[in-house]
Design a protein around this ligand. Structure first.
Ligand SMILES: NC(=O)c1ccc[n+]([C@@H]2O[C@H](COP(=O)([O-])OP(=O)(O)OC[C@H]3O[C@@H](n4cnc5c(N)ncnc54)[C@H](O)[C@@H]3O)[C@@H](O)[C@H]2O)c1
Ligand SMILES: O=C/C=C/C=C(\O)C(=O)O
Length: 493
C-alpha cells in the first residue's frame, strides 16, 4: 500500500443516508498528492450495493425535504457556507493534498467560491418567483395560468478533479436549495473535499439521505452504477466531452435530463490597440491558472500581426516568471498536473506539437524541483508559435499549461479562426475599442465571452457551453430551470 502500513491507513469513506460507511472489504484505491506522488489516504470504492443504498436513501428522504419551506432550505445553505468558513483551513488543506494546487489558489479561489456558491443560490432561490399569466379569451372570459416549480428529484452529481469543491458546490447548492436530494460521485483523483462537505452538511442539520457521496471511477464503478440506476431523476455532469457523450447514451433509455459542462479549446483574440501590459497579464492568467487545468483556460491565442512579437515576448517572460514548487509555499504560483497519467497525455501533445512544426518559445520539459517533489506530476509552462488551425494541438483539448500563439491580420479573420472549433465554451477579446469588444465577443460561438478580462464571474449569469462543450446552462435562474420541474396550472376564471 505504497509505504502506508495498515494501522496508518486514513480511509476516505462513502457517505450514505447521513453516516459514513465503514470499509469492511477494504476495497479501495490510493488518493495521491500530485505534488509529491505520495499516498495521502485510501479511498473506499463504492460497489453497486452502496450506490443503490445511496440512491434509495435519497429517494426516501426526498419528499420531506421537498416539502421543507424554502426559507428553511436556504437558511441551511447559509449555515453550510458559514461552517465551511469556520473549517476553512481544513478545506484548503484537503484540496491542496488532492490536487497539489498552490495555497494561494485554494485559499483565494476554490474554497471562497464554495461559500459564495451556497450563499448566492440561497439568495436566488429565496427570491425566486413563479411565472403566471392572465389569459384573455375575448367576450370577457379569462383564465389564470401559473407555474409551480417542484424539485427534479434525486440528482446524480458527477464532477471532475480540477476545481473539485468549486464545481461540486456549484451544483449541490442550487440542487439542495430547490428541494432535491443528491448522490455525488467526485473524481477518483480528488475525493477529499466532497467528503468533508458531508461532515459540514450533517453538522448544519441537513436531513439524512439528502446529500450522499459515493467514491469510485467511471465505467464498471460508482460513476456508471449511479448513471444507470433507475432511481436517478437527472444527471448533472462536468468532465470531458467524451465521457459526457457516454453518460448521455447511458441515461438515454430512461430519457433522464442532463446538464453537461464539458471540454473546451478556448481562444483569445488580441487586437493591436490593446494596453499590452493589461493584455499580457490577463492572457498569462487565462493560459496558466491552475496549471492550465481549468475548462475555461485559453489554449489558442490569436494576436494581430503588428504586435505579435511583442505579445509573444511578454507571454514568454510571464511564463518563465511562474514559480513551480511546494504548494504550501506562499510564493508558489503554479502546481503540478493532477497525475502522472495526465502528464503523459500532456507530454504526448508536446511531442506532437514539435512533429506538427511548432516552435517552442518556452517550456516543454520536466522541471527539476528537488528531491521532495520529484515524485510529482510537474511540467513546464509551454508556449508555441508556428502552428495553424489545421494542427491537432490547436484543435484538441490538452488541459495543461500550454498555448499556441497564432497571428491574424483582420477582425473578420480573427473571428473565423476563433470560431473554427468543435468546442464552444469560452473566449476572451482584448481591445481598447469597446464597440469592437462588444461586437467580437458577441461573434464568438461560445457560452461565455470576456472582454479585457478572464474568468470574472457573476454567479447569476448563465454558465455553460455549446457544441462539444456541453448541454444546458447553470448559474442564476438557469440552475433553477435544471433543478426543478415546472407544472403549469390553468384555471378558468
Ligand atoms: N465545462 C466545464 O465547466 C468543465 C469544468 C471542469 C472540467 N471540465 C472538463 O473535464 C475534463 C477533465 O476532468 P476529468 O478528467 O475528471 O474528466 P472525466 O470525464 O474523465 O471525469 C469526470 C467525472 O466523470 C466520472 N466518469 C468517468 N467516466 C464515467 C462514466 N462512464 N460514467 C459516469 N461517470 C464517469 C469520473 O470519475 C469523474 O468523476 C476536461 O475535459 C475538462 O475540460 C469541464
Ligand atoms: O474548469 C472549469 C471551471 C468552471 C467554473 C465554473 O463552473 C464557475 O466559475 O462557476
Amino acid at each position: 500500500m505504497n509505504g502506508m502500513t495498515q494501522q496508518e491507513t486514513r480511509w476516505i469513506r462513502n457517505f450514505v443516508d447521513g453516516r459514513f460507511v465503514d470499509p469492511v472489504d477494504a476495497e479501495g484505491f490510493d488518493d495521491i498528492d500530485p505534488a509529491t506522488g505520495r499516498v495521502v489516504a485510501r479511498v473506499h470504492e463504492a460497489d453497486r450495493a452502496i450506490v443503490d443504498r445511496a440512491v434509495t436513501s435519497a429517494r426516501r428522504a426526498l419528499a420531506d425535504w421537498a416539502e421543507t419551506p424554502v426559507r428553511e432550505r436556504t437558511a441551511l445553505l447559509r449555515r453550510a457556507a458559514d461552517r465551511i468558513e469556520e473549517r476553512f483551513d481544513e478545506f484548503v488543506a484537503a484540496e491542496i493534498a488532492d490536487t497539489g494546487k498552490p495555497l494561494v489558489q485554494a485559499r483565494d479561489l476554490d474554497v471562497p467560491r464554495a461559500m459564495a456558491n451556497f450563499r448566492t443560490f440561497a439568495d436566488i432561490v429565496a427570491a425566486a418567483g413563479q411565472e403566471s399569466f392572465v389569459t384573455e379569451m375575448g367576450g370577457g372570459r379569462r383564465a389564470l395560468n401559473y407555474a409551480v416549480r417542484k424539485p427534479l428529484g434525486v440528482v446524480a452529481v458527477i464532477v471532475p478533479w480540477n476545481l473539485p469543491l468549486l464545481l461540486l458546490t456549484w451544483k449541490v447548492a442550487p440542487a439542495l436549495a430547490c428541494g432535491n436530494a443528491v448522490v455525488v460521485k467526485p473524481s477518483e483523483e480528488t475525493p477529499a473535499t466532497a467528503t468533508l462537505l458531508a461532515e459540514v452538511l450533517a453538522e448544519v442539520g441537513l436531513p439524512d439521505g439528502i446529500y450522499n457521496v459515493v467514491h469510485g471511477f467511471g465505467a464498471n464503478s460508482a460513476g456508471e452504477f449511479l448513471t444507470t440506476h433507475d432511481g436517478i431523476d437527472g444527471v448533472t455532469f462536468t468532465g470531458s466531452s467524451a465521457t459526457g457523450s457516454h453518460v448521455m447514451k447511458t441515461v438515454a433509455p430512461r430519457v433522464r435530463p442532463v446538464s453537461f459542462e464539458l471540454g473546451g479549446k478556448n481562444a483569445a483574440v488580441v487586437f493591436d490597440d490593446v494596453d499590452p501590459t493589461e493584455a499580457m497579464d490577463g492572457l498569462a492568467r487565462a493560459i496558466f491558472t491552475n496549471t492550465g487545468q481549468v475548462c475555461l483556460c485559453t489554449e489558442r491565442v490569436y494576436v494581430q500581426r503588428s504586435i505579435f512579437d511583442d505579445i509573444a515576448a511578454g507571454l514568454v517572460e510571464r511564463a518563465q516568471a511562474l514559480r513551480l514548487g511546494d504548494p504550501l509555499d506562499e510564493t508558489t504560483t503554479t502546481g503540478p498536473l493532477i497525475s502522472r497519467g495526465h502528464r503523459e497525455k500532456v507530454r504526448s501533445y508536446l511531442a506532437l506539437a514539435e512533429q506538427e512544426g511548432a516552435k517552442v518559445l518556452t517550456g516543454g520539459a520536466t522541471p527539476d524541483l528537488g528531491a521532495d517533489l520529484e515524485g510529482g506530476a510537474w511540467i513546464e509552462p509551454t508556449l508555441w508559435t508556428g502552428l495553424t488551425n489545421s494542427n491537432r494541438v490547436v484543435r484538441e483539448e490538452i488541459f495543461g499549461p500550454v498555448a499556441a500563439l497564432i497571428p491574424f491580420e483582420t477582425e473578420a479573420e480573427a473571428i473565423a479562426l476563433a470560431n473554427d472549433t468543435e468546442y464552444g465554451l469560452a473566449a476572451s477579446v482584448w481591445t481598447n475599442d469597446i464597440r469592437r469588444g462588444h461586437r467580437v465577443a458577441q461573434s464568438m460561438n461560445v457560452g461565455m465571452s470576456w472582454v479585457n478580462t478572464w474568468f470574472l464571474r457573476d454567479l447569476r449569469s448563465p454558465f455553460g457551453g455549446m457544441g462539444l462543450s456541453g448541454i444546458g446552462r447553470e448559474g442564476g435562474e438557469s440552475s433553477l430551470h435544471f433543478y426543478t420541474e415546472p407544472t403549469n396550472v390553468c384555471v378558468q376564471l
